[in-house]
Design a protein around this ligand. Sequence first.
Ligand code: FAD
Length: 536
Amino acid sequence: MIRISQLKLPAGHSKTELYHKAAKALHIKSEQIASLQIRRQSIDARKKPDIFLIYVVDITLNGISEQNCVSRSKNKDVSIVTERPYQFPKPGTKALRRRPVIIGSGPAGLFCCYMLAQNGYRPILLERGKDVEARKKDVEAFWNGGPLNPESNVSFGEGGAGTFSDGKLNTLIKDKDGRGRHVLSIFVENGAQPEILYEAKPHIGTDVLSNVVKQMRKKIIQLGGEVRFESRVETFRTENGTLTGVILSDGSVIDTETAVLAIGHSARDTFFKLYESGLHMEAKAFAVGLRVEHPQELINQSQYGTLHPDSLGAAPYKVTARTSGGRGVYSFCMCPGGYVVNASSEPGRIAVNGMSYSGRNGANANSAIIVSVTPADYGSDEPLAGIGFQRRLEEKAFSAGCGKIPVERYGDFSDTATTGHIPTEFVPAIKGQWTFADVKSVLPDSLSEAFIEGMEQFGHRIPGFDDANAVVSGIESRTSSPVRIVRDETLQANIRGVYPCGEGAGYAGGITSAAMDGVRVAEAIASCYAPFSETG
Ligand code: FAD
């Protein structure tokens, strides 16, 4: 197969033009191309308003030698490649006496379970929240002013924290073993758009993601796995430091010698219980900040220029800065055409996040602008001190907004143009109850100052970014886990048989990297154990 990179075409081009361009790079006719598969597509907006798409494509030929064709092309961007598909490891030989248990159905737990089910391990997936349809009703009711259900919300329930998300699937993790591509292909097998396999910034939206999650659950069950909702694991049963079972909140016990702990970063109650039971954990750095909203049109103009073609959709951005005090400030979970959401999971506390639908056609762009924090900010050396730090910020947000999401004009927040009013022409796009309030009171002064310094730097890169009419809301406190559950090279915790996994355990950040970690843990279990058989 021939791979051609750096094929550049104007945005809005046709498929035929792509074939012509590839043929030209190889000095052949388009008809001599037997197949053309896009491997990667990215947007080049450096020469606005002229926007280009840059491709990497894989090509097979009709009746011509690939090697001769590549040599003749004398083009450094043309080469022969051999595809190495992802390989799940050969099963180990140790007999599994009990079915493996996966705790948490977020991307980490779901993909781990999917891989184990596909390979004959008949896993049991335990999820404290409800199935995606029931969960959606609880979340909608909460956003419409109903009470928060602490077991069924934006953080807890089928699909995990990613279900009500923007569904961005890009990750910075290198993919030398092909796990990342395999994860994306599982998304596609279960109903996601095939374009995610090649787009530089793949995105599926909350609407598609919730269907994918449901399809994956059905397949797990067809493959002999089991999925139990409203099943909260409380703690572990152990013997001589080795797992013998998981204990649920109703007091029942599931006997098992392997449990994948993929509980996400919001399962604070479980973290405390498991820490008390002797599971090794350590504090880790993360970041906190505020959601910032701008009109999407402002972002489109700055990223793509005034004449951007409709085919490009709502523009994303990514900004980073370092403050004079040495803190990192950066955009996180940017949602073009999206919504700010109330993502709280504990009564009396407010946490926000962002989501979008697959069309990304909301009027506003939002992203979290977050400031790095380290255990030195937490006020204690305890491994779980970061959770206390998050809780204090979330309580302040709850009290600033009297139970609603506190929202403020950036001009008021930064004291540059104080009006005390949200301008009527820019309406925040928020899922959940919100109110105009003193957001500045939520962040500690040092973090507010870093936030403002970052915003001012971003205003030089995206004109209007630090405009007084931008809107901030808070608090964005769940950017990643403030805790790491320690695991060794076999991916097991100090309690043998327990496999910490995904974002909550500190080994991932985002949907795809959590799913990849789930696959990695499934590989670790499969390399050790033979597939499960009732007869042993
Ligand atoms: P989680 O997804 O948090 O899943 C953990 C699961 O474990 C939950 O379902 C929980 O109910 C369950 N659980 C917890 N405790 C227990 C227990 N004791 N017993 C049984 N079950 C338990 N990332 C991106 O890459 N792209 C995005 O666009 C994006 N947008 C986001 C938008 C929002 C609103 C939110 C909240 C997050 C977003 N993220 C996004 C982050 C992403 O969702 C997480 O990184 C990812 O879900 C982490 O996966 P995980 O499986 O490790 O944990």
